[in-house]
Design a protein around this ligand. Sequence first.
Ligand SMILES: NC(=O)c1ccc[n+]([C@@H]2O[C@H](COP(=O)([O-])OP(=O)(O)OC[C@H]3O[C@@H](n4cnc5c(N)ncnc54)[C@H](O)[C@@H]3O)[C@@H](O)[C@H]2O)c1
Length: 274
Amino acid sequence: MGNRFENKVAVVTGGASGLGEATARLLVAEGGKVVVADYDATRGQAVADSLGDAARFAKCDVTVESDVAAAIDLAVDTWGRLDGAFANAGIVGVAGPIADTPMDDFDRTIAVLLRGVFVTVKHAARAMQAAGNGGSIVMTSSVAGVQGGLGPHAYSVAKTGVVGLARSAASELASSGIRVNAVAPGSIPTAMTAHVTTGNPDDLEKVTEHVARTSPLGRAGLPNDIAEAVLYFMSDGGSYVTGQTIVVDAGITSGAKMSPTWAGTRMVVARPAD
Ligand SMILES: NC(=O)c1ccc[n+]([C@@H]2O[C@H](COP(=O)([O-])OP(=O)(O)OC[C@H]3O[C@@H](n4cnc5c(N)ncnc54)[C@H](O)[C@@H]3O)[C@@H](O)[C@H]2O)c1
């Protein structure tokens, strides 16, 4: 238990599982209150129940604006304030060659991954501006939003849009003391990645082994690694940072490899001795 989010209130979309669940748990462990907002009522209610009086569940489909507005309002009505919002709910969406992509599926993917994030930022900003105490909004992008070839096309479009929205919304909302940032995870074992890697959303063990094998840092990233980045943005430590996307991927998009070619035994110096 810490105090990095003490007496503060946040809404977490996609809070029933994976990165959202880990973030909801960390914010509560750090002294805060959370609305767990998700369209999976069974898991979402269970997560909220396990957090006791520090959490409420809101059944919320992020493609439905009134659901998102209600989840935000639940936080304000219950605890009288809103300090943070994590716009995180997501799916993989339509995958496959661009020439074969059904546009209805593209639209449905964007509706969750980009429009759903936008509408969460919209209503979080509405509530925070009305209270006049500032706030911190964090969105989930992806390494697929900062580099090509790391996700399906529609997913990459949406996640790149989130990086742009962080800059755009930050530029407007700074004058209200509201910061807007994004976190861009690499592959983290969750139901989503387990489903993609093994076909079984519950097989976290196999996906964890897979991620650990390909991680330059020699271990799998964990949902809590992402939750810590979100908490940085939402806590006082990140209070001078806005419009940014932080990549949490063990260095993969920076070119880090399992066995770096430069990591040999030869000594490399800028100015060799005679
Ligand atoms: N796990 C990773 O490796 C990874 C990497 C990069 C980005 N992401 C992103 O992280 C976010 C969370 O994914 P995760 O890995 O925790 O997956 P997850 O499947 O464990 O969690 C996603 C949650 O979002 C909810 N959700 C989906 N559609 C929704 C909707 N329309 N309305 C409300 N809730 C909805 C699901 O019910 C689920 O609880 C997503 O935006 C995903 O794209 C994940």
